[in-house]
Design a binder for this molecule. Structure first.
Ligand SMILES: [Zn+2]
Length: 765
């Protein structure tokens, strides 16, 4: 219900203000209060709840089942009395009757194979099996499960400042990720008959209670992600003895888990600035064959995290290196099966180290002791200190360029999520852009520092033009609830990342933007920010009024299409009759000739006035361009009345250009205009967006130069996401297209395989 009210006010205010692109955002933003200030910072009464977890987990590798027992200690830092607690049961989206399946819009035409239908009809006994919920002394607590949400009714209210501890025992069948998909699950490897588990959303987790939503207990439907409070975790994890475990936090018992040789390598890795193997491929391959029936228990601790995830398999190769951030050492690690090589051993850990270093520069110093990347086919998914990433080469070890950049991009992106939303802990269930958009923006900066000219998929302004040009019924404003977003990738990742890039490169400049963005990150690290906190901080720290920008880019589906519709050229009339009459004479001489006049020159041998001298009078005979004494006298009088400075200016040969612009797309933007002069030199003019503040559809601007301009171009550096570049030039410029008469040959071969074929052919010759 909260959400329908919110979207209603959004619609009303968009209507009311549709004619005022520069109106302040007062109607759209919540009123500032003592929890959140009008400057965008946490207020003096800001609070957040704390949820600490102690968990014992047991993995049954034969049944792919996870058993858990957790003790949650929940601390009420709010000023409110709580009569019940809400927890999230994310696994319940795999319940047979889950809403997630029921609300899927379907058409027969979308099922294109038996495989599609079998997947649709796939039955799997998923969802949490809650065995008991008790107090720490073993008394049963009353509770109610509403789909993906669990309410625990307290026998007496939890008062401000109080804590409560309780225990939950549960289990569930782990999903086959290759069959049913999902952010968590297992992959089964047919060839060696082993499982690789990447496990998350696996335990009943506290909902967030705060000043913005009360209990954030909006059901988990599958797309809108997670909203979680911070806390401390102690987790012991029992798995087959030959498994290697990766998890959120620091392992407390490597001394009893690892072999002496592995411990030696681990210590070496902590001092190395390039990856060191702790478990080699040969060791992982030996474990794949032997399959221990014993178990081992790995113990982890993590402080001030909003979640816990882990991966476990006997297939894991494991490498690590150190990365210093500020004065701290961070151990960067990767875990991958042999199927990930050669890509993973070569790049994963280096990408982790580069990512935390670069993000730390633009946001806050990475605060955790470890940063982990785990290879997990197809997906990319983030948790505190650990993430699961795709990027798998072909079985022959070759890979396409797309696979390489896909793997680089996903690792940078998912490791980057440590900052958004794991530390700068926004409400993902409500706003996807606050973590995905901000993260995709810093991902772009990080990619550009990894490789010069890195072909980033999202970030540069021109890359969003196709999406923004599209049919408006197929796109949503960025400020749309996570579940209802159309074109998810473009809208929640690409567009906000692009908007931030435009702020940085064009509207604010790098220095002001970087300062304000860092201020936002520092203010909201280990807290729960909202969109208003972000919008307000960016303005508060920079003295740039960005309300028009948020309105256009975040609240509307308008696009940028500004046209250079007209250019008028003027030179100053000097009043000097000798110059001005010569100018007119020259202009007259250059006039185009009418076809009839040209033909009549020869077609008509003589006219009447050529034969009869009495036809031509004063007007026919006078010389329009002759300067006479009266002209001279008038000019002398003008000279005597005009200051030397004005005269000098009049005679300086100034070239004046009046440019007309039209806002076709709806979004007003700065006008960036490049003038190219007759001598080949250029000049760039930058006019702030506020030129549109009164007239939002059409504006004009005069430019004064000492030299003649041969052409003008709008947005010459592709920085405004203008969706139609054809109307940006004067005079209009044509670009040829290569017209394809022959069909392109389709090939499944990747370029590395083609190279091998080429080398084979050359050896054969
Ligand atoms: Zn993401």
């Amino acid at each position: 219900m909260k959400y329908s009210l919110l979207s209603l006010s959004l619609v009303l205010s968009t209507m009311a203000f549709s004619q005022a692109k520069f109106a302040q955002l007062d109607q759209e933003l919540p009123t500032a209060n003592s929890y959140r200030t009008a400057s965008g910072a946490p207020g003096h009464a800001y609070y957040q709840q704390k949820a600490d977890y102690k968990m014992n987990l047991v993995l049954d590798d034969a049944k792919q089942r996870l058993d858990g027992f957790e003790t949650i200690t929940y601390t009420n830092n709010s000023p409110d009395r709580l009569d019940y607690l809400w927890l999230q049961l994310d696994q319940n989206i795999y319940d047979e009757n889950s809403d997630t399946k029921l609300i899927e819009v379907e058409k027969m035409e979308n099922f294109k194979s038996v495989g599609d239908l079998r997947k649709r009809d796939f039955k799997y006994d998923g969802g949490f099996k809650i065995e008991q919920i008790t107090s720490t002394s073993g008394q049963k607590l009353s509770y109610f499960i509403n789909k993906t949400m669990l309410r625990i009714d307290l026998s007496k209210p939890l008062l401000p400042g109080q804590s409560i501890s309780f225990q939950i025992k549960w289990w569930y069948n782990i999903n086959d990720r290759m069959q049913v998909g999902g952010r968590s699950g297992y992959e089964y490897f047919e060839t060696d008959q082993n499982y690789l588990y990447t496990i998350a959303q696996f335990f009943p987790r506290m909902c967030v209670y705060n000043d913005v939503t009360g209990w954030q207990n909006k059901q988990f439907l599958g797309r809108g992600e997670f909203t979680l409070p911070f806390g401390d975790y102690e987790v012991s994890l029992t798995v087959p003895a030959d498994h290697i475990v990766a998890a959120t936090g620091e392992c407390q018992n490597y001394a009893s888990i690892l072999t002496p040789e592995q411990r030696k390598r681990y210590e070496q890795a902590k001092k190395s600035n390039s990856p060191v193997l702790i478990v080699t491929q040969a060791e992982a391959e030996a474990a794949e064959k032997n399959k221990s029936s014993q178990t081992k228990t790995w113990v982890y601790k993590a402080q001030n995290v909003r979640d816990f995830a882990f991966a476990t398999s006997r297939k894991f190769i494991w490498d690590a290196q150190n990365q210093t951030v500020g004065s701290k050492n961070v151990l960067c690690m990767s875990y991958y099966p042999k199927e990930g090589n050669p890509l993973w051993e070569r790049y994963s850990t280096k990408l982790v180290a580069h990512t935390i270093k670069t993000y730390s520069k633009y946001t806050i110093d990475y605060p955790y002791p470890v940063a982990i990347s785990v290879h997990s086919k197809w997906i990319g998914m983030e948790y505190p200190m650990i993430c699961f990433n795709g990027g798998r080469p072909e079985a022959d070890g070759t890979y396409s360029e797309g696979e390489k950049y896909g793997m680089w991009g996903v690792i940078i992106h998912e490791v980057g999520h440590n900052f958004f939303p794991m530390i700068i802990n926004s409400d993902e269930r409500q706003w996807t852009w606050m973590d995905e958009g901000l993260n995709t923006f810093v991902q772009y900066l990080t990619e550009q520092e990894w490789e010069r000219g890195y072909p980033s998929r999202r970030g540069p302004a021109y890359l969003i033009a196709d999406y923004m040009r599209g049919d408006k019924s197929g796109i949503s404003p960025i400020m749309t609830n996570s579940e209802s977003i159309k074109q998810f990738g473009n809208n929640a990742y690409g567009k906000p990342a692009t908007a931030l890039n435009i702020l940085r490169e064009t509207i604010m400049g790098r220095e002001l933007f970087d300062y304000a963005f860092k201020t936002y990150c520092e203010r909201w690290a280990f807290k729960h920010p909202t969109p208003a906190d972000f919008f307000r901080t960016m303005e508060d720290a920079s003295a740039v009024d960005l309300d028009w920008f948020w309105r256009a880019w975040f609240y509307s589906t308008d696009n940028v299409d500004i046209a250079l519709t007209d250019v008028k050229w003027f030179q100053l009339n000097t009043q000097n009759p000798a110059l001005e009459k010569a100018f007119l004479q020259n202009k007259d001489a250059q006039k185009d000739a009418f076809i009839g006049d040209t033909r009549n020159k020869t077609a008509i041998t003589t006219t009447v006035n050529e034969k009869d001298a009495n036809i031509d009078d004063f007007y026919a005979k006078r010389d329009l361009y002759k300067v006479d004494a009266l002209d001279e006298k008038a000019y002398q009088s003008f000279l005597s009345k005009t200051s030397p400075e004005d005269l000098a200016y009049l005679n300086a040969g100034k070239q004046l250009y009046e440019l007309s612009f039209e806002n076709i797309g709806g979004i007003v933007m700065p006008l960036i205009i490049e003038a190219t002069f007759a001598d080949g030199s250029t000049k760039v003019e930058r006019i702030p967006a506020e030129i549109w503040r009164i007239e939002e559809q059409k504006v004009s601007k005069v430019f004064i130069y000492d030299k003649e301009v041969v052409s003008f171009r709008l947005d010459p550096f592709l920085e405004t996401a203008d969706t139609d570049l054809d109307n940006n030039t004067w005079p209009r410029q044509l670009q040829p297209t290569r017209y394809q008469l022959y069909k392109q040959e389709q090939t499944r071969e990747n370029p590395m395989q083609r190279q091998q074929r080429l080398e084979q052919m050359q050896r054969g010759n």
